[in-house]
Design a protein around this ligand. Structure first.
Ligand SMILES: [Zn+2]
Length: 244
């Protein structure tokens, strides 16, 4: 027997295992969470039938640090899966008005930055995280543009804005569906995530969930996929063991 055969067999086995794992991850990423997807579709197709699914802009759960930033159905939570090997770094809130009409407000006092090449996003620095005094956190807001990248961000925050003071409840812009690919816009929504500072006055890359925080304690709502919550999240302070 060729002495190389057992080694080749092992390599072939390893390749097959790797292919199976990759296929599983791709399939899982494609499918996401079918139950959550179904709820989002149901809301998007008939928002008027589900007014009670909407969390209101500028509402604030009892004792919560942040106010809610926009009107809409919180369809996707922190930690969910859309893409292979990626987990959702924030929450997605779907308004029920046409493109560019649902206002987005600042969830907190802070200092707004919009990098020179940001068409749809702003990030607001909160210098002292109320949940971890001394820690700097950033609140990232995205998708505030049309598919071509025409911005819905308020004129007071042009590209290149650095550290402009904003107040909780101040309008930042309007929900859009910008995805970076004009041929494949997202649904009209706001993506919000809470991003850690880099320790040098900047913010970490929000596309990695490891650089973000579970928004639940900041809004006083179960906004983490691990909570197993479906339907509109209610304030934790209002929740009861039999509630949804
Ligand atoms: Zn999102």
């Amino acid at each position: 027997m060729n002495p190389l055969l057992p080694a080749l067999g092992l390599i072939l086995f390893a390749v097959l295992v790797a292919a199976a794992v990759l296929a599983y991850l791709i399939l899982r990423g494609r499918l996401g969470d079918p139950k959550r997807n179904a709820l989002v579709w149901e809301y998007l197709h008939s928002p008027a039938a589900h007014p009670d699914w909407v969390t209101r802009a500028n509402s604030r759960c009892e004792g919560a640090l942040f106010a809610f930033p926009t009107d809409g159905y919180i369809g996707y939570l922190w930690g969910g899966t859309f893409q292979p090997l990626e987990r959702h770094q924030g929450i997605d809130v779907f308004g029920n008005l046409p493109l560019g009409q649902t206002p987005v407000y600042s969830a907190s006092d802070g200092f707004l930055t919009r990098l020179a090449d940001w068409k749809s996003a702003v990030i607001i620095r909160v210098p002292d995280d109320p949940l971890a005094p001394g820690r700097t956190i950033w609140i990232y807001y995205a998708h505030m543009a049309d598919p071509q990248g025409n911005s819905f961000i308020d004129a007071g925050f042009p590209p290149g804005t650095m550290e402009k003071p904003v107040r909780m409840g101040q309008r930042l812009g309007f929900q859009g569906n910008y995805s970076g690919d004009p041929a494949n816009p997202s649904g009209v929504h706001l993506h919000l995530s809470i991003v850690l500072g880099d320790g040098q006055g900047g913010f970490r890359n929000e596309t990695d969930i490891a650089n973000t925080l579970d928004p639940s304690p900041y809004f006083g709502m179960p906004l983490n996929t691990e909570s197993g919550q479906y339907g509109p999240p209610h304030c934790l302070a209002d929740s009861n063991p039999n509630g949804n």
